[in-house]
Design a protein around this ligand. Structure first.
Ligand SMILES: Cc1cc2nc3c(=O)[nH]c(=O)nc-3n(C[C@H](O)[C@H](O)[C@H](O)COP(=O)(O)OP(=O)(O)OC[C@H]3O[C@@H](n4cnc5c(N)ncnc54)[C@H](O)[C@@H]3O)c2cc1C
Length: 857
């Protein structure tokens, strides 16, 4: 151990070893991993070792696919076997809803290049004969699943890292972290102190404690997890002998069970409803290579279903029950990246599926540290996605909810109840009193829609149009035909002040900054010219700007802003969060309504579209933007929370003569669809350039230099490869939710399919259960047909959509190859909704107010 390193990784579980390996592979060989005991002394050693590529977030799925692909390379490099068993796996659906879920997952897999296939219960049984197929309605096959040896794999990462020059120090605990004013970290260990430019927290079960060493409370909680191992089973041995292969892995959603072959018996694990946090406040340092006491009573309900569904397992003797803890973030995805507010403190923790995700996490983090950018869209894992509200207790409630629902369907209109309300605005009780169905928007209770008086304000969860449909439609129509009011406290808001504010914003943003009293819309790019933000900016005075953006990206953006702040103090940035709240009024009568609330001229010539003004509204000091996300004539009114009730009351009273209605987020999102407006995180993400995203009119390449300008200029010169499009979909009773594949008819040209077309329904097993295709299945191999004129191919994907109530059309937004993006012909596109391909047509001009006449007023 030297006295100084470029980076020190704390923790020698599978994640720390992967980070170490990837850093060394990227050229950072002056790196040290410190492990308090032996490698795999946290949760890694007793893992069940299963891996898979499927994930609700396609970007995380891609990193999982990378992890699985990596193992072969790792074995070759390290000379250490991972004991890889690429068996493939099936997910079993016991209900039509679950089958819809599988259809969605399968459809998503098409553009991810995955080889999943929908199969019958009998086909599933041919691969896993211990099941009773009568309990199931269908299944999905995924060839890229399997299991490995957790300890061997962790050591393979470590050996490969060492070969590349990285160092590992065992049996030495990090006890303290301090940072000098020049940014250097001092890592105090049991065996002395080390200096390092970068620190990486891969503390696993102790990541919270390692976070606390730097003053952080990371939203992580460890949960107990049980799996059992059976004695050898003759049925398993017979299957192996007859088919010459191992049984596949099986996931039974109903039983909340995963199961697979382990040696010549079976391994069966559960995600039980009656789950238990482990060490909820502090993880003892004394915890070693230990297991927790099994508690079969808690998992009995799952086992009962499991033994019914898999009678073959019911009679097997149980050899061992493993109960071990491992950590989760509130949404079940890892926490990765640099921590906002600290310099060079990195985390890679909360990784609940280290053997599916560890490689991808290591790659993303090492890219970030070495090249300043993760190189992928890692938003779904970014540590900044949780705000201050994600406290210890919040995390406890959410992680328990997430664990107990791991195998439950999450419907697109489903709001989960745990740890709510976390944050409320002063209007909360008024909104609830008006029968609002509330949703969670980055920890803030926000009205989604208003249920009729006398009915329960509750969503009927569904993949199809639901009980909100009619009422959201009414809110949209009443707003577009008259006037509506909605709460917009859930936007991010910042103030940028100082003599250098304008120059700094011009350096960060792609658009020119506005004149005083005016507003601009502007994307923000990273150095690679990819979209990392989309803002509304108003100039209040010479050295004061107000910025609005996406609520969920507040810490993500603050991290970027702070990183680029000049050190001379000429620019200051303040994040308001809920110290500034807002209301929006919109619709043709909104101008007349505002005129009643203020003492100044707000006619269209005096207060123009894209104007900003400070004025008293209903007697309260407010800032008013003449712009709204509805794309209609309208205003955003911002005030301190203490004034929100006053302004709301004034709006409702003055609006009564215009028949004002309250509308919620769902109506707002419906209205933006008919204007072709994108949303941050769905349409606009760091995988797209501004020209791909259709943001060209906000990119001024001829202004001063700005971050990402060169790459954006290149994108323009080369022409974007993809383009964001709006489509009208011939949907029946279910609209798109996001992530559906977009199919197009091939017209004598190769426009570079993004997914792969499969031969459907081809039998995978012969009558004797012999595998006809698995033996040749390797990751990424698939049966791609030679495309010919008139064939259909997956060419793109949906980012979001829904029903545009005013124009009465089902709409989608998504990305397709640029050469197809202007083709408004009928019969060219189809979008796969719940397994059915529905005709779709590109719609270039907004269906509502295409010329912007109404919006400008
Ligand atoms: C019963 C069970 C079954 C599982 N099954 C699977 C599965 O099938 N597939 C799958 O992908 N995942 C599975 N997991 C989860 C998997 O184990 C975790 O995702 C993975 O182990 C996380 O690895 P890690 O490196 O983040 O953390 P850990 O394995 O906890 O490693 C953290 C390491 O950091 C060290 N450390 C902490 N603080 C310090 C300090 N201050 N100084 C020095 N060293 C320190 C610890 O000693 C430890 O070795 C399972 C977990 C359990 C409990």
């Amino acid at each position: 151990m030297k006295s100084h390193y470029q980076a020190v990784v704390i923790g020698g579980g599978v994640v720390g070893c992967s980070v170490l390996y990837h850093l060394a592979r990227a050229g950072w060989t002056d790196v040290l991993l410190i492990e308090r005991s032996e490698l795999t002394s946290g949760s890694s050693w007793h893992a069940a070792g299963g891996f898979h590529t499927l994930n609700g977030d396609p970007n995380v799925a891609k990193l999982q696919a990378y992890t699985v692909q990596l193992y072969k390379e790792l074995e070759e490099l390290s000379g250490q076997s991972c004991s890889l068993h690429l068996t493939g796996g099936v997910m079993l659906a016991d209900s039509p809803e679950r089958m819809d879920f599988l259809r969605l997952a399968h459809a998503k897999g098409r553009y991810l290049g995955m080889d999943t296939e929908l199969i019958t219960p009998s086909e599933a049984k041919a691969m896993f004969p211990l099941m009773d197929e009568s309990h199931f309605v269908g299944a999905m096959w995924d060839p890229v699943e399997g299991h490995l040896d957790p300890s061997g794999t962790t050591h393979a990462y470590a050996k490969a890292a060492r070969k590349l020059g990285a160092e590992i120090e065992l049996r030495n605990r990090v006890v303290e972290l301090t940072q000098a004013p020049d940014g250097t970290w001092t890592i105090v260990t049991e065996n002395g102190s080390i200096a390092a430019a970068h620190v990486v927290n891969c503390g696993g079960l102790w990541a919270r404690e390692v976070g606390r060493m730097a003053g952080l409370e990371l939203p992580i909680l460890a949960m107990e997890h049980m799996y059992l191992l059976t004695e050898a089973m003759p049925e398993v041995e017979e299957f192996n002998a007859r088919t010459g292969r191992e049984m596949v892995g099986v996931l039974d959603f109903k039983g909340e069970i995963y199961t697979r072959q382990e040696r010549n018996g079976i391994l069966l694990g559960t995600y039980e409803k009656d789950c238990r946090p482990w060490s909820p406040v502090e993880t003892p340092w004394s915890f070693g290579h230990e297991l927790l006491a099994p508690d079969l009573d808690r998992i009995a309900p799952s086992l009962e279903i499991g033994f019914r569904h898999f009678p073959g397992i019911a009679n097997a003797g149980i050899k061992q029950v493993i109960n071990g803890p491992f950590t989760f973030a509130p949404d079940g995805n890892p926490l990765v990246g640099p921590v906002q507010g600290l310099t060079n403190y990195w985390v890679a923790c909360g990784v609940m599926a280290g053997f599916s995700q560890g490689g991808g996490v290591g790659l993303a983090l090492s890219n970030w540290m070495v090249h300043g950018d993760p190189g992928f869209d890692v938003w779904g894992m970014d540590v900044t996605r949780f705000g201050e509200w994600a406290s210890l207790r919040y995390t406890n409630a959410k992680v328990r909810e997430n664990y107990s629902r791991r195998f439950s369907i999450r419907f697109p209109n489903e709001e989960l109840p745990a740890a709510r309300p976390a944050q409320t605005t002063p209007l909360y009780d008024i909104m609830v009193g008006q029968n609002a169905v509330m949703g969670d928007s980055w920890g803030l209770e926000t009205p989604l829609w208003f249920a009729p008086k006398g009915t329960e304000p509750k969503d009927v969860v569904s993949y199809h149009r639901s009980n909100d449909f009619e009422h959201v439609g009414n809110e949209v129509r009443a707003t577009r035909d008259g006037v509506g009011v909605t709460e917009i406290a859930n936007f991010a808001k910042y103030a940028v002040t100082g003599s250098g504010a304008e120059a700094w914003l011009n350096h960060l943003m792609t658009n020119r900054m506005p004149k005083a009293g005016r507003i601009v819309l502007t994307p923000m790019l990273n150095e690679r010219g990819k979209l990392i933000g989309d803002f509304t900016i108003a100039k209040a005075s010479e050295d004061r700007f107000l910025i609005w953006g996406s609520s969920a990206a507040q810490k993500y953006h603050m991290r970027w802003f702070e990183r680029h702040l000049p050190t001379d103090g000429s620019v200051r940035i303040h994040r308001y969060d809920q110290t500034l709240v807002g209301l929006s009024i919109a619709g043709p009568k909104s101008q007349a309504l505002l005129a009643k609330l203020v003492d100044e001229d707000v006619s269209s010539s005096a207060f123009r579209f894209m104007d900003f003004r400070q004025m008293a509204v209903g007697g309260a000091p407010c800032m008013v933007n003449r712009i709204t996300y509805t794309g209609d004539l309208g205003y955003e009114i911002w005030m301190e929370p203490a004034y929100q009730r006053l302004v709301y009351k004034a709006i409702k009273e003055a609006g009564a003569e215009f028949g004002i209605v309250d509308f919620g987020m769902r109506a707002l999102l419906s209205m933006r669809l008919e204007k072709n407006f994108p949303t941050w995180y769905r349409e606009l993400r760091p995988i797209y350039g501004p020209f791909e995203g259709g943001m060209e009119r906000f990119v001024k390449l001829d202004k001063n230099d700005f971050i990402g300008r060169e790459a954006a200029a290149q994108e323009k010169a080369d022409g974007p490869k993809l383009r964001r499009v709006s489509l009208v979909v011939d949907a029946v009773d279910a609209d798109v939710m996001g992530d559906e594949p977009i199919w197009a008819k091939v017209k004598g040209r190769d426009f570079g399919t993004v997914g792969k077309t499969h031969e459907f329904g081809a039998p995978r097993f012969d009558a004797e259960g012999k595998d006809t295709r698995i033996s040749q299945a390797s990751h990424g191999a698939s049966s791609v047909r030679g495309l010919q004129d008139g064939d259909w191919a997956v060419v793109g994907w949906v980012t979001s959509g829904g029903y545009a109530h005013y124009v009465e059309k089902s709409m989608a937004q998504g990305y397709v190859p640029a050469e197809l993006a202007d083709d408004e012909a009928d019969g060219l596109f189809e979008i796969e909704i719940l397994g059915h391909r529905r005709p779709a047509r590109i719609n270039r001009e907004p269906l509502f107010d295409p010329t912007g006449e109404k919006m400008r007023g």
